[in-house]
Design a protein around this ligand. Structure first.
Ligand code: GDP
Ligand code: MN
Length: 397
């Protein structure tokens, strides 16, 4: 689950991470009120207006603007709220901006130039450790830095059992070329950031830029936060921050009925029980020359109601040219599943216009095959994996 920048920053602040302060607004009027309120604590009249969408590269796309007074702020907020923001990370048609973050300007002039750094925290699956990646080349284009000058990106591995050790925080501040107050502030920043990462069960933090202000403070100016869905049950307050308008509507619906569904780009819908079998089925579809339209694990109880719901979800995708049902009947009996498929098919009537290939293996598979074959419906049964693949191929070519 992804958080918006303003939600991520709020969460980070709760763990003691220094952030660029801001208030979220849904209208230009709210934006002006937010700016006034901020000025009372920050003392500056300059603010940035930042589009809140689940995509980066907003600055490049015109979704981050600086306003030097309230009338500029109102005009810019009015422009950005409601706009269709296109960035390198959005779909081609862009994403609608429903709210903006009004934030204090932190690039004010002072004793030194402000400097932008890059920092992320993530899991290194290869080593089984957490990892802090950081670079002096922060700002907007870390991908280009990684491509052209990968030696400018440092990594620090953190043993999850030990946590971030003080010498590691100092090494990071040192490698970023800091000294004096900024050095000390950076060690605090990194330590708090790592605590937040662990404490929120996050799978990714990306803070770009981390800013050294002209008076040597270290703060998070941006925050991309991805939380581990499997840890959300421990963080009800974070789970409540989910923005459904940012998510795939079919995936949202599936989650509500307890189905494990991931939308994909292909043309063959899959309905499978068990994540491992689902993965294998997707490979099978690829081998047969198709492309999976989704990942769908119906779980242990593939009864008629569940099968019908799964059908309905798969059929919402207009790209689907065939549906492959691949179910192993262990605890759930194959004849029950077959009856479920036949019932669901009849209930859905005209909604199903594409061929369905069913492979049921396990308990009572033979009775299940008979049920399917005698149903008189446009459902092809297969017993072997390869047979199923061949039938899928026939169906889509
Ligand atoms: P992103 O483009 O989606 O990554 O959004 P960011 O939050 O990183 O903001 C993009 C850029 O806006 C930053 O790299 C800064 O250069 C600029 N920016 C952000 N906050 C301020 C600010 O307070 N003042 C000024 N002048 N620029 C800012
Ligand atoms: Mn950024």
């Amino acid at each position: 689950m992804n958080l918006h920048e303003y939600q991520g920053k709020e969460m980070l602040a709760g763990f003691g991470v220094a952030i660029q302060r801001g208030i979220v607004a849904k209208t230009a009027t709210e934006a002006v009120a937010a700016a006034k309120q901020l000025t009372e604590t920050t003392g500056t009249d300059w603010h940035v207006i930042k589009a809140q969408i689940h995509a980066g590269g907003r600055g490049k796309g015109g979704g981050v603007k600086l306003a030097k007074n309230l009338s500029e702020l109102e005009t810019l907020a009015d422009q950005i709220i409601g706009m269709q923001l296109i960035t390198p990370q959005t779909p081609p048609e862009g994403k609608k901006v429903n709210q903006v973050l009004i934030a204090e300007d932190v690039y004010y002039p002072g004793a030194s130039e402000p400097s932008e750094y890059y920092m992320s925290v993530l899991l290194n699956r290869a080593s089984g450790k957490n990892m802090i990646m950081y670079s002096t080349e922060g700002g907007m284009d870390i991908e280009a830095v990684a491509e052209a000058t990968p030696h400018l990106i440092f990594t620090e591995e953190v043993d999850p059992a030990l946590g971030l050790l003080p010498f590691q925080a100092r090494k990071i501040a040192f490698n970023l070329g800091l000294s004096g107050a900024a050095f000390k502030d950076m060690t605090k920043f990194v330590s708090a950031l790592y605590k937040a990462y662990m404490g929120s069960d996050a799978s990714l933090f990306e803070i770009n830029p981390v800013l050294k202000t002209s008076d040597d403070k270290i703060i998070a100016v941006d925050a991309k936060v991805t939380l581990d869905d499997n840890g959300l049950f421990r963080h009800k307050e974070l789970e409540a921050l989910r923005d459904l308008s940012e998510e795939n509507s079919v995936e949202v619906e599936a989650r509500e009925v307890g189905l494990n569904y991931v939308d994909l780009d292909g043309n063959v819908g899959c309905m499978v029980n068990g994540a491992g079998l689902a993965m294998a089925t997707m490979d099978l579809i690829k081998q047969a020359g198709g492309d999976p339209a989704n990942f769908l694990d119906v779980g242990g109880t593939a009864d008629a109601a569940r099968v019908e719901t799964a059908f309905r979800l798969i059929l919402k995708d207009p790209e689907v040219k065939a549906i492959l049902i691949n179910i192993f009947g262990g605890i759930v009996r194959c004849d029950r599943v077959a009856q479920g498929i036949v019932d669901a098919y009849k209930n859905l009537g005209d909604a199903i216009q594409v061929p369905i290939i069913v492979r049921l293996q396990g308990t009572n598979a033979d009775i299940a095959k008979e049920l399917i074959d005698n149903s008189g419906l446009n459902v092809l049964s297969a017993t072997a994996f390869q047979e199923a693949a061949d039938k899928v191929q026939e169906a889509i070519t």
